[in-house]
Design a protein around this ligand. Sequence first.
Ligand code: PRX
Length: 667
Amino acid sequence: MSQASNIESVLVENRVFPPDARAQQGARISGMAAYDALCAEAAKDPDAFWARLARENLSWTRPFTRTLDESNAPFYQWFGDGELNASANCLDKHMGTPVEHKTAIVFEADDGSVTTISYRELLTRVSQFANALKAEGIQKGDRVIVYMPMTIEGVIAMQACARIGATHSVVFGGFSAKALQERIIDAGAVAVITANYQLRGGKELPLKAIVDDGIAMGGCESIKSVLVYERTLSDWKRVEGRDKTFTEALNASEGQDECVPEPVGAEHPLFILYTSGSTGKPKGVQHATGGYLLWAKLTMDWTFDLRPDDVFWCTADIGWITGHTYVAYGPLAAGATQVIFEGIPTFPHAGRFWQMIEKHKVSIFYTAPTAIRSLIKAAESDEKVHPKNWDLSSLRILGSVGEPINPEAWMWYHRNIGHEKCPIVDTFWQTETGGHVITPLPGATPLVPGSCTLPLPGIAAAIVDETGKDLPNGAGGMLVIKRPWPSMIRTIWNDPERFKKSYFPEEMGGTIYLAGDGAVRSEDRGYFRITGRIDDVLNVSGHRLGTMEIESALVAKTDLVAEAAVVGRPDDVTGEAVCAFVVLKRGRPTSDEESMKLAAELRAWVAKEIGPIAKPKDIRFGENLPKTRSGKIMRRLLRSIAKGEAITQDTSTLENPAILEQLGKAY
Ligand code: PRX
C-alpha cells in the first residue's frame, strides 16, 4: 500500500457511512429501530423467536415441538423432534411458485462460456443424480466425499447427497491426495464424487488421479464407488469395478427424473467440513440439517437483504464453508439467481470479476479481502483492468468475508466497485458458526471501515477475559458467543471430547462458545473489530491453516528435515503469510543457491502433503531453533524475526544467540 493510503487508513477509522435512502427503502430490516426490535424479540423469548423463524423459513415434513434442548450442553440440539429435507427446502419448495422457472444458476466456465439452469431443471438434475447415488447403494447416514471443481455439477452432487440423507464432506479441489486420504478415513466415506479434471486459469488440473493416489495410500477400504464427472474430453485412468462416469451412473438408475426427498431429523448431520485447528489434524466440523439451513436462508434475507430480482454472486469455492452456505444452500433456499464461476479472478486478465459483474448484471457481490487487495494492485499497475472500464451500476450490495478487511481496501471497494452507493457488509463468521454471526445489515447499520459492526439478532456475542468475565468497550479480549444459536457446530466428527475442549473451555463454565479470535469493541458504538486468531491458526488469503499441520508436514520429510517451526506474518495481499523455520539434518545450507533449491523442494513437499495453499512463503534455515534453556521454542521471537522487526524481546534465556543471525535471511 502506498504511503498516502496508509495515512488515509489511520484517518478513516472514525468515518461512518450510514445507509442511504436507497439502501433503506424496502429493506427487510430497514433502520436501526427495526434491528433493535428483532434483538429485543430474540432476547425476550429466544425459543419463541427461533421457533417462529424456523416455521416461517423452512418446510418441515414433521413439525418440531421442541426448539432448543440444552440438557446435554454443549451438545445443543435444535428443533430436535422435527423432520425435513435440505434439498426439498432448496428446490421442491419453489415448485408451483414464480421461482420454479427462474434461473437458479448462471454458470460461467473458465473459458467464459455460460450455461444457465432453472430451478425446475436443477430439481430434475439433482433428483436424477440422487437416484444414481441410491443405485450405487449409498444410503441415508452414509458419508460421501465431494472433490469437485466449481461447477453446476458440484452443487448437484451436494444437493443430491442431502436429498437422500447422505452426509457430504466436500474437500477443496486444491487439497492433496494425502489430505483427501485423511478425510476419507476419518469420515469413513463410502464414495467419492469427483471430476476427471478441473479447469482453472486456462490450465487443466487433475482431480481423479489425485483421488486414485489418495485411496492408494491405504486405509480407504470403506470406499465402494468413485463417480467421475467428465469435465473435459481428456483421458483419465479408470479402476474397473469401482469407477463410473456420471453418465454411466445415471444410466444405471435409468435416469429417473423424480426422487422423493428423504425426511431426516433436524439434527441429522447435513455435512462434515474439515477445517484447521490449533493442534493436530484438521477437525471435521459437523453441522445439523435444520438449524444450519435456517441460518443459510435467514442470512440471505438479513445480511444480503435479498430481493426477487437480485443476481447474487459469492466467489467462494464449494470446498470452503462460504461456498457451502452462500453457494450450495443459502441462495437456493432463498430462491435467488446466482452466478457460479469456475475460474480465477486473474484469468485471462485481472478485470475478470468486474467484467462478469457487468455481463451478468450482478447486484450482490460477495468476495474476500485478499481478492480485493490483489485486484487493487493489478488495477493500480494496469489501467486496462481497472474496474472503471466496466459498467458496475447493477451492484446494490457488496460483501466481504474470511479475514479482516483493512480500511484502505474497504475504501477502495466502496469507491471503485460500489461507487459510494453500495453498503459493504463485512461478515464475520467461521466454519463452526455455519453462517454470519457479526455483520452489518445493509438497510440498517451505519458502517465503519474495518469493523464487522454488530451481532445478528439472537447472537449473544461478547468480549471476555480468560475467565469469561465481560470486558468493557475499548478493551481487547476473546470473542465468545454466550448463548447457543441454531447453526452452530454440533460436534467434531469422531471426537466429541475435542469439540468440548476446543470450543467450550471449562474455565468459562463449559457452555460458552469460544470463537478463537481476538476482538475489541469501539468505545462509541460498541462495534466489534476482529483483531485475528488467538490460537495457532493462520489465515492466508482467507483460508485457514494450522501452524502445527504445516510443521508436521515439514518434519514428515524425514530425509531432510530435523525440526521445523511455523508462524504467520502480515502480508499486504494475502493477509497473513506462512513462514517456516527449518533445521536440516545435513546442517545449514552453505550458499544462497543451495538454500533456494532446498526451499523450493520443501515448498513442493508441503504442497504435496497438504495442498499448494499451505506452501510457506518464507523459509529460513538455522542450525537450531531459538529455544529457552528448558527447550521451549520461542515462538514470539520467531514471529518478530518473520516480520523483520528489530528484536526487543529478552534473549538472555536463549540457548544459542548466534542462530538469530542465521535466521535473518528468508528464501
Ligand atoms: O479469524 C476469523 C476469520 O476467519 C476465521 C474463520 O475461518 P473459516 O472457518 O475458514 O471461515 C472463513 C469464512 C467464514 C475466523 O475465526 N474471519 C472470517 N471472517 C472475518 C474474519 N476475520 C475478520 N473479519 C471477518 N469478516
